[in-house]
Design a protein. Sequence first.
Length: 319
Amino acid sequence: MSILKYREREYSYHRGETILEALLRQKVDLSYGCKQGICQTCLLRSNINPPDYAQINLTKNQRFNNCFLACQWRPEEDISLVPVESQGFVNAGVVSKSLLSQDVLRLTLEFHKPFEFHAGQFVNLKKSEKVIRSYSIASTPNHSNTAEFHIRLFNNGQFSQWAFNELALGDVIPVSEPKGNCIYSSEYTDESLLLIGTGTGLAPLLGIVTDALEHGHSGRIHLFHGSHYSEGLYLNTELNQLSEKYGNFCYTGCVSREESAAFFRGRANDKAFSQYPDLKGWRVFVCGNPEMVKVSQKLAFLNGASCGHIFSDAFVLNR
Ligand SMILES: Cc1cc2nc3c(=O)[nH]c(=O)nc-3n(C[C@H](O)[C@H](O)[C@H](O)COP(=O)(O)OP(=O)(O)OC[C@H]3O[C@@H](n4cnc5c(N)ncnc54)[C@H](O)[C@@H]3O)c2cc1C
């Protein structure tokens, strides 16, 4: 057994646990989110160099300062831990709420100054110190003061139920700095882009598609959006209109559990990879259901996309 020192106290550490598991086991009041090394809510700092696997996707500065993700590190020695005080949360006001479908809320937040991010990034939204959830930005980075989110309603979902039923216009909510590498860059302008999303996995892909088209992307772009039922293919009218406006953009809505004249019958990733068996030179973006993301990363690679050209955000739940 080793010892973790945190805020002047010592805690036991059993081999094999993550630091987060060890501290939560001993009832330490620590913020955390996805527990899968994605949301970065459980960021801490240590007195020794953390291993690379506990610093994935951290900035150079954070890595240099021994910051690490507590949900990832399984140390083998005694460590002193320091909280990372500011995680760049700023307040934003709710300026609009509307339904995109029965169970998807479009939420627009307004900041005091332009909110800078890359198309496709996500932020952490804080309901309380204990309920912090990641949401992808669906709007484009146009130096405006607003950002838009698509939030799916979960039965008993702590954040989503609150966002649907209690959060009101004018309310203020803390928003983290933008995070994530599933992003569009103007360097890709003449490359082919394949985008696959399920459910609200459409949100970051919508940001990427809109940003690419607004920047005169000349390569081809094909977006596949999947849902069990056609009701879940929200924004399909707008996406079809976009494909009529831009000759290089194509949209395919896919429903897996019902027949529909308007949409393809089947899974979005199955359809995408059978339609594009050769992805050499393509950039592939996959967002939404974690299982779908995992399978698609593999298939994109097997279909010829290089590892560095496959970007993804798995919408893992906080369990
Ligand atoms: C990088 C990233 C980006 C994301 N982007 C988006 C986005 O753009 N839009 C979006 O809608 N979501 C997104 N998510 C998912 C989002 O962060 C939340 O996980 C999701 O909204 C559910 O949060 P909640 O608080 O409403 O539900 P939670 O309270 O977290 O619960 C989720 C569901 O799990 C059940 N549950 C909870 N705990 C347990 C348990 N122990 N055992 C069994 N069931 C349990 C609950 O009843 C509920 O049905 C993203 C996630 C990540 C990691």
